[in-house]
Design a protein around this ligand. Structure first.
Ligand SMILES: Cc1cc2nc3c(=O)[nH]c(=O)nc-3n(C[C@H](O)[C@H](O)[C@H](O)COP(=O)(O)OP(=O)(O)OC[C@H]3O[C@@H](n4cnc5c(N)ncnc54)[C@H](O)[C@@H]3O)c2cc1C
Length: 202
């Protein structure tokens, strides 16, 4: 069957079917694609907002899912402000790509995998996590270290319990400064690397 959108210069229409408020400045957009779309964890796409332009983002969703894609976006400047303030469920955006090589997941096989992220930086890493979880037997361990300014700035909070229940997986969180009600680690994400129990040689 011929593809409707035959090259990477043609944005595939992508309808917004859900918008999740992750933090005060970050939202996840779930898009339904007009034709199947595949990407590898770590590859990026160009997201078009018709009439305004496009910008690069790395999907935060499961790489094997071809009919929908999720993109987690920090409000940074012109285009991302349009997305945050004006885009609503039902609007049609565009997706071009994928571009880039993605994470070298094959090289991780048989090893301990250390994932370190801060703020919106966990967004592209979530697609990596999905790929690792889907083949968990291939890896010795998955250790996630994640930091944000405050507990309210931690993205994907609703998934942490599920991640911690995954075999061979551990998750450590931090916030930059003391925060009312937060009894966990304080300091930028690198404090989680003090006394690291991951075998770096591996
Ligand atoms: C490969 C790749 C993957 C990416 N993946 C993601 C992702 O998954 N999620 C994500 O959130 N981002 C991601 N980004 C970053 C994202 O592409 C940019 O945030 C986006 O292009 C910004 O577009 P914009 O038009 O909103 O900002 P622009 O208007 O182009 O502004 C860009 C920069 O200028 C600053 N700026 C804008 N206006 C002002 C002003 N008035 N005063 C001071 N500073 C200002 C902004 O703070 C911003 O840092 C990725 C980038 C790349 C290259």
């Amino acid at each position: 069957m011929a593809e409707k959108y035959p090259n990477v210069y043609y944005p595939i229409p992508a309808k917004v079917i859900d918008i999740i408020d992750e933090t005060p400045t970050i939202k996840t957009y779930k898009l339904k694609l007009d034709e199947p779309f595949t990407f590898r964890a770590g590859q990026f796409v160009q997201l078009t907002v018709p009439g305004y332009g496009e910008a690069p983002f790395t999907p935060s969703s499961r790489p094997g899912t071809t009919d929908t894609i999720e993109i987690t976006i920090l409000e940074a400047g012109r285009l991302t402000s349009i997305l945050h303030k004006e885009t609503k469920v039902g609007d049609v955006l565009g997706i071009r790509g994928p571009f880039g090589k993605g994470y070298p997941l094959d090289k991780f096989k048989g090893h301990e995998v250390l994932i370190i992220g801060g703020g919106v930086g966990l967004a592209p890493l979530r697609s990596c996590l999905y790929a690792l979880f889907d083949n968990i037997d291939d890896y010795k361990r998955i250790s996630i270290k994640y930091g944000a300014r405050t507990p309210k700035d931690h993205v994907f909070r609703y998934q942490y319990e599920e991640w911690e229940k995954m075999p061979k997986t551990d998750l450590a969180l931090t916030v930059d400064n003391p925060y009312p009600g937060w009894s966990g680690t304080v300091g930028v994400v690198t404090v989680l690397l003090d006394n690291l129990d991951v075998n770096i040689e591996d």
